[in-house]
Design a protein around this ligand. Structure first.
Ligand code: KG4
Ligand code: ZN
Length: 337
C-alpha cells in the first residue's frame, strides 16, 4: 500500500511516499528556515503563505522521486494537529482536495505520535518500549505499547525542551534554529562553566516530569549566580553548560523510568533527538537498547506522517472532509500508575 504523507504543521513543507508504513520511496522536505531567520523564530503568517506557494511543487517532486504518479497512491495521511493552524490548514486542505478529486481515503494524524513512529521507518522495533519525544513544542516520556497506545509517564510542567534551546539561543543571539546553534557552540565550550539547577520534581505524580522554565530563567537572567569560579561568560560556555543541564534533566527521568518499569529499550524522536549530547548519553546507557532516527527523520518530515498513517488506513480508519486543524492536542495525560 502506497501512502502519500503531507506535513505542514510548522516551517517545513514536506511530502513523502511510503510503502506499507515502512519503506520510504521519497521524503521531500522544503525548509523555510532562511525566511524565518531574520526574525529569530517562525512567523506564522509567512509560514502559511510559503506552504501555499510551495506545496504543489513539493508534492510533484515527491511523486517524481518515488517514481510513481497519483494513480499509484492508495491513501493520503496528513498532519492535522498540533501545530500552527494557518500552516496546518494548507496541508490539510491540499490533502482533502486530492482525496476528493482522486477518490482516495485520507486520514488526519497527530504530529507527536508520528515523531515517535519515525524510528520505525529505519529499524525493526518491537513493543513495548520507553518513548522519549522531545521537540520544539513537546517533551514526553512514555511507555509505548503500540503505534497509537502511548501511556504518558512524565511531561513538562511548563516549557518544552526545544523551546528552552530556542529561547536561550534567541536571548544570546547564538544563531537560528536555536537547538542546532547551541549544539554546535557547545562543542567548543566548557559544560562546567556554569552549574545550572535541576528542579527537584522527583516526588509522586511528578516523578518523571521536567521543567524548563526555571532553567531558561537561570540561563537568561541569573547567569552570574551560577558561574563556576572564574569561568568566562562566552557564548560557547553558556551553550555547553545549558545543554548539559537541559539534557541532564531528561536523562535523569529516563533513568528513573528504566529503573521503575524494567523496560530496557528507549526510542527517541523529535527535533531535540538530533542533539549530539542526548544521542551520546542514550547510547552510553548500560545494557540499554537506544534507538533514534537519522537526522532527517528527527525533525519535521512527511515520511513519518505517511508511515503512521498507513496503520490507520490499513485498519479501515479514515477522516471525513469536515476534519479540522488543531493548534494543540488534548494534554498528553499521565496514564501510568
Ligand atoms: O520536531 P521539530 O522539528 O518540530 C516540532 O515539532 O517542534 O523540533 C524542532 C525543535 C526546535 O526547538 C529546535 O531548536 C530543536 O528541535 N532542535 C535541536 C537540535 N536540532 C533541532 N535541539 C537541540 N539540539 C539539536 N541538535
Ligand atoms: Zn515536529
Amino acid at each position: 500500500m502506497l501512502v502519500l504523507g503531507v506535513e505542514s504543521s510548522c516551517d517545513e513543507c514536506s511530502l513523502a511516499v511510503v510503502e506499507d508504513g515502512k519503506k520510504i520511496l521519497s521524503n521531500e522536505v522544503a525548509t523555510q528556515i532562511d525566511f524565518h531567520r531574520p526574525y529569530n523564530g517562525v512567523v506564522p503568517e509567512i509560514a502559511s503563505r510559503m506552504h501555499t506557494e510551495w506545496i504543489t511543487a513539493v508534492a510533484e517532486k515527491a511523486l517524481e522521486k518515488a517514481g510513481v504518479t497519483m494513480d499509484d497512491i492508495d491513501g493520503i495521511a496528513v498532519t492535522n494537529r498540533p501545530g500552527l493552524v494557518g500552516s496546518l490548514l494548507v496541508g490539510l486542505n491540499f490533502a482533502k482536495g486530492l482525496s476528493l478529486s482522486r477518490g482516495l481515503p485520507f486520514v488526519g494524524v497527530d504530529h507527536i505520535r508520528a515523531h515517535l513512529y519515525a524510528p520505525h521507518l529505519e529499524f525493526q522495533i518491537d513493543y513495548p518500549y520507553l518513548g522519549l519525544l522531545v521537540s520544539g513544542g513537546h517533551t514526553v516520556i512514555s511507555k509505548v505499547d503500540d503505534f497509537d497506545t502511548i501511556k504518558v509517564l512524565g511531561t513538562t510542567i511548563d516549557d518544552a525542551c526545544g523551546e528552552a534551546f530556542d529561547k536561550v539561543a534567541k536571548h544570546y543571539n547564538l544563531g537560528y534554529p536555536g537547538g542546532v546553534a547551541i549544539d554546535m557552540l557547545s562543542r567548543k565550550g566548557d559544560p562546567e562553566a556554569f552549574h545550572f539547577p535541576d528542579p527537584s520534581l522527583h516526588k509522586g505524580e511528578h516523578r518523571y516530569d521536567v521543567s524548563y522554565s526555571g532553567l531558561k530563567t537561570a540561563v537568561i537572567n541569573q547567569l552570574d549566580q551560577f558561574c563556576n569560579g572564574k569561568a568566562e561568560k562566552t557564548n560557547e560556555n553558556i551553550a555547553a553548560s545549558f545543554q548539559k543541564a537541559a539534557i541532564g534533566m531528561l536523562m535523569k527521568r529516563v533513568n528513573r523510568a528504566v529503573k521503575d518499569t524494567g523496560i530496557r529499550k528507549i526510542v527517541a524522536g523529535g527535533g531535540v533527538a538530533a542533539n549530539s549530547l542526548l544521542r551520546r548519553e542514550l547510547k552510553n546507557m548500560k545494557d540499554i537498547e537506544a534507538l533514534f532516527p537519522s537526522m532527517e527523520l528527527c525533525t519535521d518530515n512527511a515520511a513519518m506522517i505517511a508511515g503512521i498513517g498507513f496503520h490507520y488506513l490499513i485498519r479501515g480508519e479514515h477522516s471525513e472532509l469536515d476534519l479540522n486543524a488543531y493548534p494543540r492536542v488534548k494534554r498528553f495525560k499521565k496514564t501510568y500508575p
